[in-house]
Write a protein that binds this ligand. Structure first.
Ligand code: B12
Length: 445
């Protein structure tokens, strides 16, 4: 359909939601964890642009908007909804541009439904894309590898009045030096880790504080990627007297000096991609630098340092059996993991792992429009896709039974040290449990 709107410096940025396993859009009253993507892209447009943000998980899409330019993000299988939104806005006569991890990994597919795609990081190309738009000269693809990272103050004010948690996102760096076979970050950054200058990061955290927030989420993929940088950053964060969450490798526990520095700076919860307690699984996924035999000890060290532990683990990996998956649930319970999350291994098109699985004949569904982290699309030699689905829900139900929530969150040493924090974590666990009982995996919170 012909474009029927005026080209002006206005933009609507949309973060699409995902579909659940019953093919219903996941909608929430509140999105506790909110991303940085849209407030940052808004800032990168420049002060003379009028930008609106819609986070579909908590807001309705304003289909009747008179803004021509629609920018759509893509996180994992939210791309499915993103494409639907793109199609509809195109039918309504708007200009649609897309970007984000998934649009970058499957850009040829996504291109059919929008006017332009920005592959990878926007910095360096975003302004070109916007100028081309204003000059009626949009190209199909925009892609440039960046070597350094410097970003403006995100336009946090565009999200602070939305129903979000009591913290805002901040980013110190992008990428990760590791190259785990399943990971989209490894696929796009290829072992590269880009850091922002510490004063720039602190400027953003100060802004978060100024806006009345006492906590922030450091959304980096592995804050340990550069030890000296992390030490220096934590020293500066400490001065601000704030609390923060992030994610990194469990190897942090092997470095007492760094762990102390992280804990002293106000870090209260870290999420660790443990992936599996079976060594051969990690080996096959190019993650043999982690040793699952050490996981229990390392988790305890982190908890003893006063930091709550969340974990991300995968189910349905090559050497998983019914027994190993049940042991995984027990591991999580015995080690008192505060917020354990599980995902069914899903090969993401664009990653080397996807090609490998396709060649192996174990991929039972290659329709990416049906992909989700809670439905198996591959079997392994021991388990059918149905077995994997069944064991996935068994694991969630076991780990989030009332008895085991108490065991992991209340009957713990942490409860004695931080009773209020533990009660909050108990609430989060009950919230997850509620979703699990309704067959909704707790992946969006
Ligand atoms: C915070 C976060 C969340 C939050 C907030 C989500 C939200 N709706 O706001 C929560 C916890 C809820 C969440 C949920 C999910 N997430 Co998430 N999330 C993140 C995290 C940690 C940070 C995102 C962020 O703010 N990044 C900072 C910004 C600046 O970077 P960016 O998003 O890459 O954006 C840059 C470019 O990509 C580009 N760009 C991005 N979007 C667009 C759009 C346009 C139009 C343009 C032009 C450019 C552009 O420009 C930006 C500036 O350079 C990332 C990890 C990461 N490193 O990004 C994972 C990540 C994006 N999430 C991921 C996934 C898979 C999900 C889920 C599907 C859960 C799951 N495991 O299945 C859900 C889906 C959420 C939804 N859409 O409803 C994956 C995506 C992988 C992939 N192949 O797409 C990531 C990369 C994690 C990972 N390691 O695999 N997530």
């Amino acid at each position: 359909m012909e474009n029927k709107f005026k080209k002006e410096k206005r933009m609507l940025l949309i973060q699409p939601t995902i579909y659940d396993n019953n093919h219903l859009l996941v909608k929430k009253n509140m999105l506790y964890f909110v991303g940085l993507t849209m407030p940052l892209l808004a800032a990168e447009c420049g002060d003379d642009w009028d930008v609106e943000i819609c986070i579909e998980t908590i807001e309705d899409i304003p289909w009747d908007t008179d803004i021509d330019l629609i920018g759509i993000g893509s996180m994992g299988h939210s791309i499915i909804r993103g494409i639907e939104i793109a199609k509809k806005f195109k039918e309504l006569g708007h200009t649609v541009v897309m970007g984000g991890y998934m649009a970058s990994l499957v850009s040829d597919e996504v291109k059919q439904y929008c006017d332009a795609i920005l592959i990878g990081d926007a910095e360096g190309y975003w302004q070109d894309m916007l100028n081309d738009y204003l000059n009626d000269n949009l190209k199909e693809f925009y892609s440039k590898k960046i070597e350094t990272l410097s970003t403006p103050l995100p336009r946090y004010e565009l999200i602070t009045s939305k129903k979000i948690g009591d913290f805002l996102p901040v980013q110190a760096g992008r990428g990760c030096p590791n190259s785990c076979a399943f990971c989209s970050i490894a696929c796009l950054y290829k072992g590269k880790y880009l850091r922002r200058e510490i004063p720039e990061v602190i400027r953003d955290i100060k802004k978060v504080k100024e806006l009345g927030f006492k906590k922030f989420l450091l959304i980096d993929d592995n804050i340990l990627s550069d030890r000296k940088y992390t030490m220096d950053l934590c020293a500066e964060i400490k001065k601000l007297n704030m609390k923060w969450y992030s994610q990194c490798s469990i190897k942090l526990a092997e470095d007492p000096e760094l762990l102390k520095c992280v804990a002293d700076s106000g870090c209260i919860c870290l999420s660790f991609g443990l992936e599996s307690i079976t060594e051969t699984n990690l080996h096959k996924m190019n993650k043999s630098w982690e040793d699952p035999k050490e996981y229990g000890r390392l988790v305890k060290t982190i908890i003893d340092a006063g930091i709550d532990v969340a974990t991300e683990m995968m189910i349905g990996l090559d050497d998983d059996t019914e027994e190993s998956i049940k042991k995984t649930a027990q591991f999580v319970i015995d080690n008192k993991i505060t917020a354990p999350k599980f995902y069914i291994i899903t090969p993401i098109p664009g990653t080397p792992f996807f090609d490998e699985v396709k060649d192996s004949g174990e991929l039972i569904n290659d329709n990416i429009y049906e992909y989700s982290p809670s439905k198996a699309v591959k079997r392994n030699k021991q388990l059918s896709a149905e077995d994997i689905d069944r064991l996935y829900w068994w694991t969630y139900n076991e780990v989030y039974s009332i008895k085991n929530i108490f065991k992991r969150v209340i009957f713990t040493k942490s409860f004695l040290k931080h009773p209020m924090r533990s009660l909050f974590n108990f609430g989060v666990n009950m919230f997850y449990r509620y979703h699990i009982k309704h067959n909704i995996a707790p992946i969006i919170i």
